[in-house]
Design a protein around this ligand. Structure first.
Ligand SMILES: Cc1cc2nc3c(=O)[nH]c(=O)nc-3n(C[C@H](O)[C@H](O)[C@H](O)COP(=O)(O)O)c2cc1C
Length: 204
């Protein structure tokens, strides 16, 4: 296979745009926080994943020092809302570089609802709210990783099938490279293979 190699050292501005085009698709944490002054904040973060199963911890990365980071550190609480397909315009609008102290819920016209355990509100129209307390932060220089310990996972009853969140009802958005976003496409199921089973199949 013929390949094109990109050396980070040869890209003084960083290979951010190339990396975000190949680390795809990225789920979007729609992070709600409340400032120490009581102003609600909402912003999307696609540098987001589950970082620990037990204890349950999720993480997002603030590229630079943004309000979501400042609020999470100041109050020790945050909520990760799932960014659903039907709210793509609103998710994007909450990424506008509003001045600090601006309430994106009000600015963008999104209803909020109270969380159960933490103070920051949830996005009422999102099917999933992951309520978290701040577990830790990791300063990487230009970025800071924020770790939230999950204290409550709340899923819309309509999105639950057989006791489990159903992907076709959650309909999450994801980020790709450049200005591209994606939605859930074909969903395939494949089971994990234990080693004994693997050997049996191999030696058949
Ligand atoms: C889909 C999407 C994903 C984004 N992902 C990130 C991210 O992972 N980290 C980040 O710092 N900014 C990200 N941004 C930009 C922030 O949402 C934007 O800077 C926002 O204004 C930050 O808000 P805040 O200052 O209230 O935290 C993303 C924007 C969009 C539209």
């Amino acid at each position: 296979m013929s390949r094109v190699d990109f050396d980070p050292a040869a890209h003084p501005g960083g290979i951010y745009r190339l990396l975000t085009a190949v680390v795809v698709p990225r789920p979007i944490a729609w992070v709600s926080t409340r400032s120490a002054d009581g102003v609600d904040n909402l912003a999307p973060h696609s540098f987001f994943t589950v970082s620990c199963a037990d204890p349950p911890i999720v993480q997002f990365t603030s590229i630079g020092r943004k309000d979501s980071l400042a609020n999470a550190v100041a109050t020790g609480e945050l909520v990760v809302n799932l960014a659903p397909e039907h709210l793509i315009e609103e998710v994007n609008a909450t990424a506008v570089d509003f001045p600090p102290g601006c309430d994106e819920f009000a600015e963008v016209g999104l209803d909020r609802e109270p969380s159960v355990v933490v103070a920051p509100p949830r996005v009422a129209a999102s099917p999933v709210a992951i309520e978290c307390v701040l577990h830790d932060t990791k300063d990487l220089g230009a970025s800071v990783v924020v770790f939230g310990r999950v204290v409550l996972l709340s899923v819309a009853a309509e999105a639950i099938v057989d006791g489990h969140p159903a992907i076709e009802r959650l309909r999450p958005l994801a980020r790709l490279g450049r200005r591209q976003w994606s939605t859930i496409g074909e969903v395939r199921e494949i089971g994990r293979i234990g080693y004994e089973d693997w050997r049996r199949r191999r030696d058949r």
